[in-house]
Design a protein around this ligand. Structure first.
Ligand SMILES: Nc1ncnc2c1ncn2[C@@H]1O[C@H](C[S@+](CC[C@H]([NH3+])C(=O)[O-])CC(=O)[O-])[C@@H](O)[C@H]1O
Ligand SMILES: O=C(O)C(=O)Cc1ccccc1
Length: 237
């Protein structure tokens, strides 16, 4: 379904993952996040090296299930359970619909990332989800993920990032806006959405991400993919 959520004058409400967003999410994310498809391809590639037989894979903030489905289809290991977690009931419903008849080793769970326990995990994915977690909770979450991962297991995090350098930040923001324009979003839609996500999607710099991984115990983290102001990190235990 085509995303027309922000075509009307903004009613100034904060962005939420409700039924209206769930219905258009796949179109919205492709038209808003440069490199979205490649991000997911890179996650699929990583499970070959870091996935382990007889372990769990967690997809945290699974939304409509695109990443979980990619994990399920491309998994070369055996006896894995994929846990697709999201705290939006509308997203969980969509995710369940999308999975029907496709992959049988995925459990779709409605719950908060901050409340669940990770067990016997070889792959944990936060694809564009950490940016929606209250910043003061982020280190605690990454610490918990580190504890739940098996040795040689991997955490993959994709995020919108910012640059501390004002000039670089301005340059990359302009290119991101051009990406949205090229994908058919009007100036009004772009401005409305910017306002709506302002207090909801809070970016970190690359340095902040690396520091957080390091503090949690990941001694080896890299940025394995970047497209404009969206980057993916791979942290191995
Ligand atoms: N505390 C939380 N607990 C659980 N879920 C949460 C929480 N906070 C936010 N979410 C969920 O995180 C998802 C973020 S979207 C992920 C895309 C997907 N990973 C993809 O690969 O297509 C990214 C975006 O909208 O830019 C939403 O579905 C929220 O409900
Ligand atoms: O950062 C932005 O400008 C976005 O539009 C990213 C985004 C994509 C999908 C849902 C919410 C935010």
């Amino acid at each position: 379904m085509h995303d027309t959520i922000f075509t009307k004058e903004n009613n100034l409400v904060d962005f939420t993952f409700d039924a209206q967003v769930a219905d258009v999410f796949d179109d919205m994310v492709k038209r808003s996040v440069p490199g979205y498809q490649s991000m997911i391809e890179m996650i699929s590639l990583s499970i070959k090296t870091y996935g382990q037989d007889n372990t769990n894979y967690y997809d945290l903030g699974a939304s409509t299930g695109t990443t979980s489905i990619a994990l399920g289809i491309n998994n070369p290991h055996s006896n894995n359970q994929i846990i697709a977690l999201d705290n939006s009931p509308d997203m969980v419903k969509k995710c369940q619909q999308n999975l029907t008849g496709k992959i049988d080793n995925i459990d779709v769970v409605c719950g908060d990332i901050l409340d669940i326990k990770f067990e016997n995990a070889s792959i944990i994915v936060l694809n564009l989800t950490l940016q929606f977690i209250t910043p003061s909770n982020r280190q605690t979450l990454i610490n918990k993920i580190y504890k739940g991962l098996n040795t040689n297991g991997a955490l993959i995090v994709s995020e919108k990032i910012h640059f501390d350098n004002k000039k670089k930040q301005k340059q990359i923001t302009k290119l991101h806006l051009d990406f949205k324009r090229a994908n058919g979003y009007s100036e009004l839609e772009i401005a409305n959405k910017r306002q709506s996500i302002e207090n909801v999607l809070i970016t970190d710099s690359k340095q902040t991400h690396f520091k957080r991984f390091n503090t949690a115990g990941f001694k080896n983290s890299i940025c394995h993919f970047q497209c404009l102001n969206f980057a993916s990190f791979l942290a191995v235990k």
